[in-house]
Design a protein around this ligand. Structure first.
Ligand SMILES: NC(=O)C1=CN([C@@H]2O[C@H](COP(=O)(O)OP(=O)(O)OC[C@H]3O[C@@H](n4cnc5c(N)ncnc54)[C@H](OP(=O)(O)O)[C@@H]3O)[C@@H](O)[C@H]2O)C=CC1
Ligand SMILES: O=C(O)C1=N[C@H](C(=O)O)C[C@H](O)C1
Length: 283
């Protein structure tokens, strides 16, 4: 039976064998709301094997493929002529170097992109938003699916009117390819929305080791990235004031933290006709 007959949401997962993608496949499998249609991953030794067998959760009847275009084409074709409208969703957790093209391809095939992969530039996000608007395809770029991060970002944006000095620290496992994290960039962008400049009272600084003051944004905010095994993901925002510091901190210890957000966005994205950026836009 197709998902149009059962009313389940058809889902393609790209990066299906990765740390996040494998969690997503397991989550979809456990939910009656979703139907896994395709599992895309470039891992050559797993091509054509059943994704459930590879992940040790039992045969799911979906083989791993490296062919994203072919999968988008097949799934879009399958549901296009269905008598019951049932728009498919692509959930992407791959890598920064391919996420732009993956998102464009999904939109081109009329499949709603839910993008967890980080590393998109502001220009790329604008370009993809234009493309989605022209195609009337709703999508979502979500640098962090955890609700706690949205709360931290809202608190940070509110506190930034009361402080002149801010530094951000993000810490991740040492398999992470991009720095700073997408979460940290989004946090900085939300703090910067008022156009305020920060850290202007610091003395002229001299770095004895290049980069030790972190990455400097135009707003004056410094971002520091830590990479260590043993960490999943941490975000800290430190405000400095007269005789005090105010620290906001969020710690992810298990990737299960992202799954309620992934399910929520994968459901809501089909009601959109534009591309939204940030989980706060859908809560
Ligand atoms: N939005 C959020 O809440 C979160 C976002 N992320 C982001 O998600 C992304 C993935 O993270 P993570 O799961 O830890 O990374 P992993 O490296 O564990 O997983 C990525 C998977 O994608 C595969 N892959 C790489 N290129 C392609 C491609 N072109 N097509 C299909 N599959 C591909 C990789 O295969 P191979 O190993 O063979 O290269 C790997 O299996 C990162 O950008 C990360 O920052 C992570 C956690 C939460
Ligand atoms: O690579 C990760 O692990 C994570 N990536 C996302 C990011 O770059 O912000 C989200 C979370 O921090 C975990």
């Amino acid at each position: 039976m197709t998902s149009s007959a059962t009313n389940q949401i058809p889902v393609l997962v790209s990066g299906a064998l990765g740390k996040m993608g494998s969690e997503v496949v397991k989550t979809i499998q456990q939910s009656t709301k979703f139907q896994l249609e395709a599992a895309i991953d470039t891992s050559p030794s797993h091509e054509d094997l059943d994704v459930g067998d590879v992940l040790g959760i039992g045969n799911l009847g979906v083989t791993v493929t490296s062919d994203l275009e072919g999968s988008l084409c097949a799934v879009s074709q399958k549901y296009r002529d269905s008598s019951v409208p049932n728009a498919p969703v692509l959930i992407d957790f791959t890598q920064p170097s391919v996420v732009y093209e993956n998102t464009r391809s999904a939109i081109a095939y009329g499949i709603h992109p839910v993008i967890g992969t980080t590393g998109l530039t502001q220009d790329q996000i604008i370009d993809l938003s234009d493309f989605a608007r022209k195609a009337s395809i709703g999508g979502a770029i979500i640098p962090n699916f955890s609700v706690g991060i949205v709360l931290l970002q809202q608190a940070a944006a509110a506190a930034s009117s009361f402080y002149e000095n801010i530094e951000l620290i993000e810490s991740h496992h040492n398999q992470k390819k991009d720095a700073p994290s997408g979460t940290c960039l989004k946090t900085a962008e939300l703090i910067e929305e008022t156009g305020k400049k920060f850290n202007t009272s610091n003395v002229k600084e001299e770095e004895l080791i290049e980069g030790c003051r972190g990455g400097l944004r135009q707003s004056g905010i410094n971002i520091h990235s830590i990479r260590l095994p043993g960490i999943v993901a941490r975000q800290e925002v430190i405000f400095g004031g007269v005789g005090e510091t105010y620290v906001l901190s969020h710690n992810t210890v298990d990737r299960a933290a992202y799954m309620p957000g992934v399910k929520l966005v994968a459901s809501k994205v089909r009601e959109l006709t534009t591309l939204v950026y940030g989980l706060e836009r859908l809560l």
